[in-house]
Design a protein around this ligand. Structure first.
Ligand SMILES: Nc1ncnc2c1ncn2[C@@H]1O[C@H](COP(=O)(O)OP(=O)(O)O)[C@@H](O)[C@H]1O
Ligand SMILES: [Mg+2]
Length: 346
């Protein structure tokens, strides 16, 4: 969340509830965690971005993420994962292409739409000297200035619980610290969750995370991604995360998987459980029952032009029978009816 204008936030949410047949009531959470917000779908056309030297940074990537799903974006270092997230979150404007959150177009309703986007960049942005509780409360007061102390306290605890943080009394009373500080500070995995909690407190309707598991031990990474998946499901928001080298367990948490190649190209986008099969079918590289994520990374980074070749193969495969699990790009011709039936109040 990037603006603190809650007056704009409520009409937008209200419009969504009115237009939604199921609404809040049918969206019960099985555990004792209260559902706090509800998300909307993200849809883009193919997006393009060039840098000042006219080098392609994003070459036709697109996204279609449904509420309640977890999408992972995988690809070699420097292929443009962070650039793609910055385009989707409105930090950078594409040279070509359109981005929709529900029925609102990002660059046509910038102030409204930016308010519903949660974005956890790779670098943590917490102040190390604050207590965890203070740090979270500061964020909450900034966003929802009218809430009482008790309401804020409850929301902080609910949010921490959503992310699987335990021992809350003791954790909230610790100082945030820095990863290299020794002593009574949150562990690496706790820090990462606390950092994400700051963003979730603002009740985003869509959530993007840039490599939330980098630097974590694989057990911590697996646990974090499981909680992120649960969060997407319970809150009914689309969550999109980039990840560099997921373990097998982490890999299996994703609903949809996008694989990128160097130069901001798309090498695969479809159901996660079909990803390895797709590369087996379309490349000469054999999958030997190892971690599917490692196998896929081998397929897109084994030679200098692997990404571009993979992108061409993907475009051809989409039109062939037997590849229905691939997600098709959204044609801008489909946009007009969507806009006219569900336009948001200005
Ligand atoms: N604002 C920018 N202007 C120009 N080039 C950029 C910019 N941001 C990133 N790049 C370049 O785009 C490519 C992709 O970077 P990035 O998205 O950070 O990769 P990844 O996150 O996949 O490791 C890199 O070559 C990087 O140097
Ligand atoms: Mg990156």
């Amino acid at each position: 969340m990037h603006t603190a204008n809650s007056q704009l936030f409520y009409p937008l949410r209200g419009a969504f509830y009115l237009s939604s047949k199921s609404g809040f009531a049918n969206f019960k959470v099985s555990s004792n965690i209260r559902q706090m917000f509800m998300g909307i779908a993200i849809k883009t056309t193919e997006l393009y971005l060039r840098d000042r030297q006219r080098r392609m940074l994003c070459d036709g990537l697109f996204l279609q993420a449904a509420p309640g799903t977890l999408t992972a974006i995988m690809g070699p270092c420097g292929c443009g994962k962070s650039v793609f997230l910055r385009l989707l979150t409105g930090y950078e404007r594409p040279t070509q292409g359109r981005i929709f959150f529900g029925s609102s177009e990002l660059w046509a309703n910038y102030a409204h739409v930016r308010d519903i986007i949660g974005y956890v960049p790779q670098a943590e942005v917490m102040i190390p000297e604050l207590l965890v509780a203070e740090s979270l409360d500061y964020r909450l007061r900034f966003r929802f200035s009218k809430r009482t102390v008790e309401e804020r306290h409850q929301q902080i605890r609910d949010t921490c619980a959503l992310l699987g943080l335990g021992n809350l009394d003791s954790l909230l009373a610790k100082r945030v610290g820095l990863p290299e500080w020794r002593g009574e500070y949150p562990s690496g995995g706790e820090r990462r969750r606390i950092n994400i909690a700051h963003e979730i407190l603002s009740q985003p309707q869509v959530l993007f995370m840039d490599e939330p598991t980098s630097g974590l031990a694989s057990i911590e990474a697996d646990a974090l991604v499981k909680h992120i998946r649960e969060l997407a499901h319970h809150q009914g928001i689309p969550v999109v995360m980039t990840i560099h080298s997921p373990s097998r367990d982490t890999f299996e948490c994703f609903h949809d998987m996008m694989v990128m190649g160097m130069g901001g190209v798309m090498a695969y986008y479809g159901k996660r459980e079909k990803a390895a099969e797709y590369f087996e079918r379309t490349t000469p590289i054999a999958f030997q029952g190892d971690n599917p994520a490692e196998y896929i990374m081998r397929c897109v980074s084994n030679e200098p032009h692997a990404g571009r070749e993979a992108a061409l193969r993907l475009q051809q495969s989409r039109h062939r029978p037997g590849f229905e699990y691939l997600i098709q790009p959204w044609e801008s011709a489909e946009i007009a009816p969507v806009l006219s039936t569900e336009a948001l109040p200005q």
